[in-house]
Ligand binder design. Structure first.
Ligand SMILES: Cc1cc2nc3c(=O)[nH]c(=O)nc-3n(C[C@H](O)[C@H](O)[C@H](O)COP(=O)(O)OP(=O)(O)OC[C@H]3O[C@@H](n4cnc5c(N)ncnc54)[C@H](O)[C@@H]3O)c2cc1C
Length: 485
């Protein structure tokens, strides 16, 4: 069988893999994504949506409207029983978006179809071997691919992570839930029930016939392919009836096992999405985390395989995304604990919920859930450094996110770049002169002093801030985009 050569091979075409493939294709990288499913149809609805920073990321690429058109915006961040309203957050998307993962994956695959990414469906990555020059990737049809880098976006049971020998430390499962799409012969109670076992709910889906059922099991269940009988038993245990559940199209199990890859990079192999972190879905963090992993990694990989930047740039992927993942995992542990409402937990839930009604705790927790408060450690300096660039309305009718559609960086000259010589990076870093006279307000932090220039990375984070001079600019350009040409 022949071996074809590519810059990057992605194992797995879920949300993280597709986002990474799109990022690399936008950067004109020769990328192949291998997906074991025959197409992008996802059996079952799975995740229920994503939060504000993911909406911003999709907005930066000019595709957010496709998702907004099919979903429903809502204030969906919770602390205990309190809904945390974020409508006052300084973002164009001060809400979460309710949209099922099977819709998300369809929209993403349609977008990917418009980009120059190759996708091999119906094939699995079965193994790989890396050497000094690249990675040889074995496929289930006997073919092999050769690439400079392999990225495992192959989900929580990641073969790539295991074969790379990357540890996956964390907490074993203590709680399991069954999730299913079934028809019912009896009308279930509306809403969500919390009790001493955990959280349960039966909600009618858009087709009017099928119900999405989530029920916490009294005893920890094992295996990812439970049966209708398991579902009925769990429902009877909680509700005293299974509501006549029948004709399942999907029955699955998830747990509160919480683990994170010890490293997101082992030589020429990297991990993104659930392959790098698993956790209980309370708080709806997983899909968003994976999409944002991909957006952090994509442009770095593009610069490295293109020869513009040294491969040490890839180490910043772990350095930046591992702490963000660790924080999200901690948050899901809190959210999972608050779902249980027995006599000992209820007072704690009430107390924590009351904090959610206070302004400062509300802003802090929403900052975490929405991921709008992410602060990559890029050293001391202006509060914008390492934080997300706000989507400002620039004087010429454009907004900042318009400048990021091609996944390229931008050096925004707001009148203070002076005579800095950046010609050595002209091939990689466009300079845009613009005006902005408004307030600079960051989520959670509040108003910050206006800079005179900013260097924005392709992932929308600020790599350098000018305050009346170009001090440090060429160092920042070299750090993030390679040496001057
Ligand atoms: C009930 C539930 C509710 C959730 N709700 C939310 C929510 O509201 N918000 C949120 O952000 N997240 C939520 N999540 C989490 C979210 O579903 C996952 O975090 C997300 O799917 C991870 O995306 P991924 O691309 O990393 O992995 P996956 O979606 O698991 O994709 C991995 C892909 O790799 C493929 N694959 C695996 N092995 C191979 C191989 N060897 N070769 C080729 N292909 C392979 C698989 O077929 C799959 O398509 C929820 C999860 C559950 C279970």
């Amino acid at each position: 069988m022949h071996e074809s050569e590519h810059a990057v091979v992605i194992a797995g075409g879920g949300p993280a893999g597709m986002m990474l493939a799109a990022e690399l294709a936008l950067a004109q990288v020769d990328v192949v994504m291998v997906e074991r499913r025959p197409d992008h149809v996802l059996v079952g609805s799975r995740a229920g949506g994503f939060h504000a920073r993911t909406l911003e990321v999709l907005d930066m690429r000019g595709v957010v409207d496709r998702f907004l058109a099919e979903g429903q915006t809502a204030q969906a961040s919770m602390l205990g029983s309190t809904i945390l309203d974020m409508s006052d957050f300084p973002t164009r998307h001060p809400y979460s978006l309710g949209i099922w993962q099977n819709q998300i994956e369809r929209i993403m695959s349609e977008w990917l179809g418009e980009l120059p990414a190759r996708i091999l469906y119906d094939r699995e990555v079965t193994g790989f071997a890396q050497d000094d020059d690249g990675v040889t990737v074995q496929l289930s049809d006997g073919a092999s691919l050769r690439a400079q880098y392999l990225v495992g976006c192959d989900g929580g049971r990641s073969l790539i992570r295991k074969q790379a020998g990357i540890d996956f430390p964390g907490l074993d499962a203590t709680r399991s839930n069954l999730i299913a799409e079934v028809e019912l012969t009896e009308e279930p109670p509306p809403g969500v029930r919390h009790d001493e076992i955990g959280v349960h709910g039966l909600n009618r889906l858009e087709d009017g016939r099928t119900f999405r059922v989530i029920v916490t099991e009294r005893e920890l269940g094992v295996g990812s392919e439970p049966s209708l009988r398991d579902l009925s038993a769990a429902l009877i245990d909680v509700f005293g009836t299974d509501f006549g559940a029948h004709s399942p199209t999907w029955v699955s199990r998830f747990t509160d096992a919480t683990r994170q890859a010890a490293t997101y990079r082992a030589g020429r192999v990297l991990l993104a999405g659930d392959s790098a972190h698993i956790h209980y879905p309370a708080g709806g963090q997983g899909l968003s985390l994976g999409v944002q992993d991909a957006v952090n990694l994509g442009w770095k990989l593009a610069l490295v395989v293109g020869g513009a930047a040294p491969d040490t740039l890839l180490d910043t992927y772990h350095a930046e995304r591992h702490p963000v993942g660790a924080r999200a995992l901690e948050h899901t542990i809190v959210q999972a604990a608050l779902q249980r409402r027995d006599a000992r937990m209820a007072p704690l839930v009430d107390l924590v919920s009351a904090f959610g009604e206070m302004d400062e705790p509300r802003r802090k927790v929403v900052g975490t859930i929405s991921a709008l408060d992410i602060h990559y450690d890029l050293g001391e300096g202006h509060p914008l450094l390492g934080r997300r660039m706000p989507d400002l309305d620039l004087g010429d009718g454009r907004r900042v996110f318009d400048l990021l559609h091609d996944a390229r960086p931008v050096l925004l000259d707001l009148g203070g770049l002076g005579n800095a010589d950046v010609t050595g990076w002209a091939d990689r870093v466009p300079v845009v002169a613009a005006r902005y006279d408004g307030v600079w307000e960051l989520p959670v932090l509040g108003v910050v002093r206006a800079p005179s220039a900013v260097l924005v990375r392709p992932d929308g984070y600020v790599a350098w801030v000018g305050e009346g001079s170009a001090d440090g600019l060429t160092d920042a350009l070299a750090t993030w985009f390679g040496a001057a040409a």
